[in-house]
Design a protein around this ligand. Structure first.
Ligand SMILES: Cc1cc2nc3c(=O)[nH]c(=O)nc-3n(C[C@H](O)[C@H](O)[C@H](O)COP(=O)(O)OP(=O)(O)OC[C@H]3O[C@@H](n4cnc5c(N)ncnc54)[C@H](O)[C@@H]3O)c2cc1C
Length: 422
């Protein structure tokens, strides 16, 4: 391979979800395609998506309703989604032996519930279409002549030696963003895109867990509660509330509700102190919950309070709640709990206090914001408006979106459109 120089119709840089789709579809159209991937295998990030289950898309089949989820990118996405939309994703995978199933909030997963199956389908797609896949090939730079890219120069990532220089008529940059850099997404494409005249917006982690100060929350690492209401406060003033599943981690909070609140929290944290309260019984008001607790305590007067607590509060929580209650003696009987202590318990259950100390970093982020603004990309083709023979896909584009399958649909869509246009 050393010093090889060969000409292709298309070179795709980056073997993630969008690069594989772009390469496969271009090759299906009869183009000679080289896919350059720096890892030893393609699809490393795809393998860890959706907690290993891959939330592959979102089953909202109305294109306009679907596009609305992308905020400022809504209009831009009408054309790409009309070329390859949600139904196309369902059909694409079903046709290749991997039907999709739909779960809560319209999230679609492969029927097998295994993300490596999605990677396997994409790999076979590449092979069947005749894409030349070169792994352990890190693109180190692009040669530009006039307004066109002519060459991609590659190195072996471990050995450090040259792997070859490859020429093509068209180039697709699919190098991803900067979240979970261990998967290969280290922002390499952003450097070249800046050099090529694109204005790359700075990356910030957007769908990312939150850090909290309180030890009681950290002590719950691994506990997940499916129906809770969290209310955020900026300098003590109510900002917003959300209800849903919260996952406690050793650094703070995660789960879909938290991940989707992160960008709003990042904004609040710029200028204010952010605190939160968690209501563990959003469906029961204070008085009703207090009545339930009194009844439980009366019925178990002579039992140890901590054992009664275990019957009252959600599974996994008694220890943390005891910490918050800070009783002078934790080994008292239920009948010795004072009215004030019982009311304090209800206050905790209806509003356990937290201080949000920040967001986790790129290493924990599902998605990072930033990248090439859509004003610099042709909506119908994904072609760069700065460089004649350059196309952009997936996370290199600056598109905000929630979790729920919206990122991968963006990859299938922009990958297909680029593959169709090169
Ligand atoms: C933990 C986690 C879970 C997620 N779960 C979901 C989910 O369930 N549903 C959903 O919709 N989205 C999910 N996402 C987001 C989704 O995975 C990404 O949006 C998507 O993978 C981006 O694909 P991409 O093709 O743009 O780039 P990437 O998948 O980032 O791929 C880029 C590729 O380019 C390669 N590369 C980079 N630089 C070079 C170079 N110099 N030379 C050669 N190759 C290079 C990298 O090695 C990498 O393989 C998740 C993300 C994370 C981190």
């Amino acid at each position: 391979m050393h010093g090889e120089k060969k000409k292709y119709d298309v070179i795709v840089i980056g073997g993630g979800a969008s690069g594989m789709m772009a390469a496969g579809h271009a090759a299906e159209r009869g183009k000679s395609v080289l896919l350059l991937e720096k890892n030893a295998a393609v699809g490393k990030k795809l393998d860890i998506t959706g907690g290993g289950r891959c939330n592959i898309t979102n089953a909202e089949f109305d294109r306009h309703a679907f596009a609305k989820q992308y905020g400022a990118a809504e209009q831009f996405l009408y054309s790409p989604l009309s070329q390859f939309g949600v139904q196309d994703t369902f059909d694409f995978f079903a046709k290749r032996g991997l039907p999709l199933v739909v779960e809560a909030r319209k999230r679609a997963f492969p029927e097998t519930q295994k993300s490596p199956d999605v990677t396997r389908v994409m790999k076979k797609y590449l092979t069947d279409a005749g894409v030349v896949v070169m792994t352990k090939a890190t693109v180190k730079g692009l040669t530009v002549v006039g307004n066109r890219i002519t060459e991609a120069k590659t190195m072996h990532p471990a050995a450090g030696g040259a792997r070859g220089t490859f020429t093509a008529d068209a180039f697709v940059i699919s190098t991803g963003g900067v979240s979970h850099p261990e998967t290969g997404s280290t922002g390499d494409g952003f450097k070249w895109l800046t050099e090529l005249g694109h204005s790359v917006l700075p990356s910030t982690p957007t769908i990312v867990p939150l850090k909290v100060k309180e030890s009681w929350a950290k002590s719950l690492a691994g506990v997940s509660l499916s129906f809770m209401k969290i209310t955020f406060f900026a300098d003590g003033k109510r900002a917003f509330s959300k209800t849903g599943k919260i996952l406690f981690t050793h650094f703070g909070l995660s789960g879909p509700l938290i991940l989707n609140s992160a960008s709003a929290i990042a904004e609040l944290l710029k200028n204010t102190e952010v605190t939160a309260t968690i209501d563990m019984y959003p469906d029961t008001d204070f008085a009703a919950l207090e009545r339930q607790i009194i009844a439980k305590m009366d019925a178990n007067k002579n039992k140890d309070f901590k054992n009664v607590l275990a019957e009252v509060v959600p599974h996994g929580l008694p220890k943390a709640i005891l910490e918050l209650l800070a009783l002078p003696d934790q080994n008292i009987k239920a009948h010795s709990v004072t009215k004030e202590e019982r009311r304090k318990l209800v206050h905790i259950l209806k509003g356990a206090p937290l201080t949000i100390s920040g967001l986790m970093g790129f290493d924990r982020a599902v998605i990072s914001d930033g990248g090439v603004p859509l004003t610099e990309v042709d909506t119908r083709t994904m072609r760069s408006l700065k460089v004649e023979n350059l196309y952009l896909t997936g996370d290199v584009l600056h598109i905000s979106r929630p979790s729920g399958g919206y990122s991968l649909q963006l990859c299938w869509t922009t990958g297909y459109v680029a593959g169709n246009s090169v």
